[in-house]
Design a protein around this ligand. Structure first.
Ligand code: ADP
Ligand code: K
Ligand code: ZN
Length: 445
């Protein structure tokens, strides 16, 4: 562990620390951020009335739109001169979300990422191949600072230029890699194509995040790169990657570094706090941020949390995998569908691979969903085909049957009919370095 004393703090001490920090941060934002003064005043909340964790629900939520409305620097609690760094998240529409850090915030950022890396199996002296994008995106520099704090040797490769990544991994022999799970899939696949076996690779651990992934991808990456991979979670608004990380021992949920980030799970519709274990929207209050502290920030990410003790000895609460972002949720003919649900169904069908894309169109007044999915290499060879087209599929009963099977399983478990298109190995989109968009929603104009 990077900070064993803090990471194993007994629950009652952790709670006392959180409450002390909560009181301080509420007073701090009320004093310094006009937006929060207004928000609390309008909600009729007396900042002094927020004393314990039970008082948390009294506070209004902060939403992404609030950040957009105060673009670029309107939510900062310190003068611009005190900012040591600025990051921004891509944002699919319009202006990006801008976040800032004081020197102290950057130190906290490095600490929580160092904790995350250590939880993932990394040790001082190991080498990190950091294939997260550098730049305004928090991934690259975030992992970088944490690895340096832990005492690793960092290779700041950034994303993309896959050929060069493969070479550097073989030549430099790093023990740890960080990137998106979809890019780890790409790297594993490219090594396999070149006949480089996982045993030849020096990699032992992979720290993967920035997009939802499932156990199917974990298995593929673990086997393909010869690693034990763990999940890293975070978002720029709260700090960046390193809000939470799985421990490599258990890999059963990610420990949230809750002496800095206070989590809640709330009902997506009513905003009411949900009981432990129930899936809802993850909400965070930053407890130590100076430049841009946020109260009850609505992440839009769906998961659950559990206080069940973990064998690794860390006392910090664990969150489950992210089921999806509320923004990623597709409503197809009234049914809510998350890409991860589709992926889970695909994982139960040996003849297909977890390389897929969901395309949604509107035909007249009806939503039409098409699931494009790759058949496995083994199946492709077995049927002796060179390419797949509609004619080939119609003519070959084995392909025809597979298509029906996929469609049935999707319908059975998700409740939505999808037109299934089978793709030959290698035909579905791959990550070329960053996050992979698995959904193409053509309904939005
Ligand atoms: P952008 O909005 O440009 O993607 P961020 O890096 O702030 O910028 O993205 C944060 C979001 O990425 C999170 O709110 C979440 O939806 C997603 N995310 C980050 N880490 C994970 C993870 N480990 N699993 C699933 N989703 C993740
Ligand atoms: K991210
Ligand atoms: Zn643990």
């Amino acid at each position: 562990m990077y900070q064993p004393e803090l990471e194993t703090l007994p629950r009652e001490k952790l709670r006392a620390l959180q409450e002390e920090r909560l009181r301080a941060i509420v007073a701090y934002v009320y004093e310094r951020v006009p937006f929060y003064r207004r928000l609390l005043d309008e909600a009729g909340v007396d900042p002094k009335g927020v004393r314990t964790l039970e008082d948390l629900p009294k506070l209004p939520f902060t939403k992404k739109d609030h950040l957009r409305e105060h673009y670029p620097f309107g939510l900062f609690a310190v003068p611009r001169e005190r900012l040591a760094r600025i990051h921004a998240s891509s944002g699919t529409t319009g202006k990006p979300t801008v976040v800032g850090y004081t020197k102290n915030d950057l130190q906290v950022f490095a600490e929580v990422v160092a904790r995350s890396l250590a939880a993932a199996g990394a040790k001082p002296g190991m080498m990190l191949h950091n294939a997260y994008g550098y730049g305004l995106f928090t991934g690259g520099l975030g992992l970088h600072g944490g690895a340096e704090a832990l005492g690793m040797t960092v290779v700041p490769v950034s994303g993309g230029m896959t050929e060069r990544q493969l070479m550097l991994i073989q030549d430099f022999r790093p023990e740890v890699i960080s990137c998106t799970p979809s890019y780890a899939q790409t790297l594993a696949e490219e090594f396999r194509k070149r006949g480089v076996s996982p045993e030849e690779l020096s990699l032992e651990y992979a720290v993967l995040g920035a997009e939802p992934w499932t156990e199917t991808i974990r298995k593929q990456v673990d086997e393909g790169l010869g690693v034990r991979s763990t999940n890293i979670y975070g978002l720029s608004e709260i700090i960046g990657p390193g809000v939470a990380n799985e421990c490599v021992e258990e890999r059963q949920g990610s420990h949230i570094w809750e002496d800095h980030f206070l989590p809640e799970v709330v009902d997506p519709d009513s905003g009411e706090p949900l009981p432990e274990g129930k899936v809802g929207v993850l909400v965070f209050t930053t407890l130590t941020k100076e430049a841009m502290p946020l109260l009850r920030y609505w992440t839009g990410d769906l998961t659950f949390i559990t206080h069940e003790p973990c064998s690794c000895g860390r006392t910090h609460v664990r969150m489950g995998p992210i089921l999806g972002r509320t923004d990623d949720m597709l409503i197809i003919r009234g049914v809510n569908v998350y890409p991860t649900q589709v992926e889970a169904v695909l994982s139960g069908i040996p003849e297909v691979e977890p390389y897929y894309q969901i395309v949604v169109r509107r035909e007249g007044t009806l939503d039409e969903a098409e699931l494009k999915v790759e058949v496995s290499e083994a199946f492709f060879q077995e049927i002796g085909r060179k390419a797949l087209s509609d004619e080939v599929i119609e003519a070959d009963h084995r392909l025809h049957a597979l298509r029906e099977k996929v469609a049935h399983k999707i319908k059975d478990s998700i409740g939505v009919s999808m037109k299934v298109t089978l793709l030959a190995p290698g035909e579905a989109p791959r990550s070329e370095g960053g996050k992979l968009r698995r959904v193409l929603d053509l309904r939005k104009k």
